[in-house]
Ligand binder design. Sequence first.
Ligand code: GLV
Ligand code: MN
Ligand code: MN
Length: 422
Amino acid sequence: MLKTVAPNAVAAVSEARQWDRLMQMARIGAIPGEGVNRACLTDLDRQARRLLISWAKGLGLGVSVDALGNLFLRHEGTEPGLPPVLTGSHMDTQPNGGRFDGIWGVIAGLEAVQALREAGVATKRPIEVVAWTNEEGGRFAPGCMGSMAYAGFRPPNTWDSVTDNDGLTFGEELRKHLVLESDIPRRGLGVLDGPAPFAYVEAHIEQGPRLEAEGMDIGVVEGIQGSRWFLVEIAGKTDHAGTAPLSLRKDAVQDMVRAITALNRLMEDPTDVLRFTVGRIEVNPNTSNSVADRVRFTIDFRHPEKFVLLQRGDAIAATVQAAMTSCTATVTERFHALPARFESTVPDAVEAAAKAQGLKSLRMPSGAFHDAQFLVPLCPTGMIFVPCRGGVSHHPSEYSEPHQLAAGTRVLTAVLADLANR
Ligand code: GLV
Ligand code: MN
Ligand code: MN
């Protein structure tokens, strides 16, 4: 095996340049409290992508986009026909999101490639930096649409009729987006149209408290817990709050409360490993003196064990139905990702790079989902985590220090140089 050490490239990683780029990106969709709201396939998303493209073109990288809007920046290898090493993450944010979730992985990929080029380190394989479309699922549910389609996990038209809060469909917004980016060369869609990458590495803030609490610099991610998303819709009948007797009502809010109480019992876990969240509730007509005739609420359920994910997840619909007293309910599953385990190639490379750079690393699972999990069936895959303050994420106060992010990018640079020369 050709073992490549790229110390010059690692030294060429610029903490200041990376931070400056992150702060420039954070202005696009800035919200109070230093947060960012940059939903996918919006003008803000496009503005951020154009900024990224301008940096990539300045470096001489090839830019292309696929049918799902996934954006690729290509650093050519000395053997361009070889499957590339892929790195990246996403540029969309939560509605009340922060400055680092997703975007750092994209900027880190660009910084790593820039460092390799500035240090004159050629790689045998091409390296491609990808910005996946709609990882968050904040505007169109579920998340990870771009990577799921790329990996052939779902057909690319699966989500065409998914609507956002304004009733706009993903299919139509994507079509408009691709027209607006029609000056960018089109490429085939992932493994539907070409070979799998050689490997995939995603850099991301941890989004949890462990690295900081344990004084670690780098998380060597070994896998991602499974996630299932459901939408529950409850239909009842609206009535006057002052006149309709309780015994005659079909109150959708009351049956929602019963359903969530029953789900909480279903999801009880003394080990505190299971994650169960009702994060969004819509009530109609949403006034204080009318009985609600319609409620929609979301379920986000996660667990690292496939058995638990399947057994309890499969019981959700029946639990909701059994809780209805006067209304009717429909339960739709919108996302189903089994727990993913990264084979050792990339985690070992990440661990070795961290050690060589004198950084303290910890092997750990990811509680958040990531595009990386859909690459697992395609190629050796892994992730690099860096600490974030208080473990806070999906919030404007999300924060990692410039030097923590730079350390992660130095590890990424060494890992890319290593993998791209195998
Ligand atoms: C990703 O944003 C997640 O919800 O885990
Ligand atoms: Mn993310
Ligand atoms: Mn996120």
